[in-house]
Design a protein around this ligand. Structure first.
Ligand SMILES: [Zn+2]
Length: 209
């Protein structure tokens, strides 16, 4: 086996969800069976890397520093924002067709073990969006695990500054520990439809007043 083939195989193996066997099969397809298709993929990757950028408002996928298609769409409800971990979660929710509001991508979730603190997530821009005053509902669509739970609580305690805002959370229909990206459209739709109020019932939280 050639060195460059090994290099391609090892690079592919690092892709999420791809095992050693699949990486080898794809590498063979690219290098031997259909190099023209491989060139097309290489070109698509290069141009995607060069033009893709986070949306300046929601941090979802956009191009050349412009607003993404959802933020630029005036038909979408700007007063309702769904908070997700990753840009790919937007894709999953959009496929379900259950959300007509906008989004905010955190870029992960709080995790002391992986040293991900509030400053590593897009929490300050979320706070800024909320303070702009045009949002009336924040729907938390984070994973149903300990880190997702901690992140939801942090947002309620430190990011939401107004009691007038409706704070809701989905995930009650999703299996424990599950992630949005792995759920099917029907499950996501029912999780969104059955979202529950998440906050402000504890009077001890004085900062919200
Ligand atoms: Zn956007």
């Amino acid at each position: 086996m050639s060195k460059s083939f090994e290099r391609l195989k090892n690079a592919l193996k690092k892709l999420p969800g791809l095992g050693a066997k699949s990486a080898e099969r794809i590498a063979l397809h690219m290098a031997l069976e259909d190099p023209e298709h491989a060139r097309e993929i290489a070109h698509a990757i290069t141009s995607a890397i060069e033009s893709t950028s986070p949306c300046p408002s929601c941090y979802g996928l956009s191009e050349n520093g412009e607003l993404c298609q959802i933020c630029a769409n005036l038909a979408r409800d700007a007063s309702a924002v769904c908070v997700v971990e990753k840009a790919s979660d937007i894709e999953a929710i959009e496929k379900s067709g259950a959300w007509r509001g906008r989004y905010h991508v955190l870029g992960g979730k709080l995790s002391p073990l992986r040293r991900i603190g509030p400053d590593n997530l897009n929490l300050a821009p979320l706070k800024k969006r909320i303070e702009s005053g045009e949002i009336s509902e924040i729907m938390l669509a984070l994973s149903n695990d300990i880190e997702g739970e901690a992140t939801c609580h942090y947002i309620r305690e430190h990011i939401i500054s107004s009691r007038k805002l409706r704070l809701t959370r989905i995930g009650f229909g999703l299996p424990s520990g599950s992630q949005l990206g792995f759920a099917d459209s029907v499950t996501i739709k029912s999780a969104l439809d059955s979202r529950k109020d998440f906050g402000f019932q504890h009077e001890k939280h004085q900062p919200y007043i």
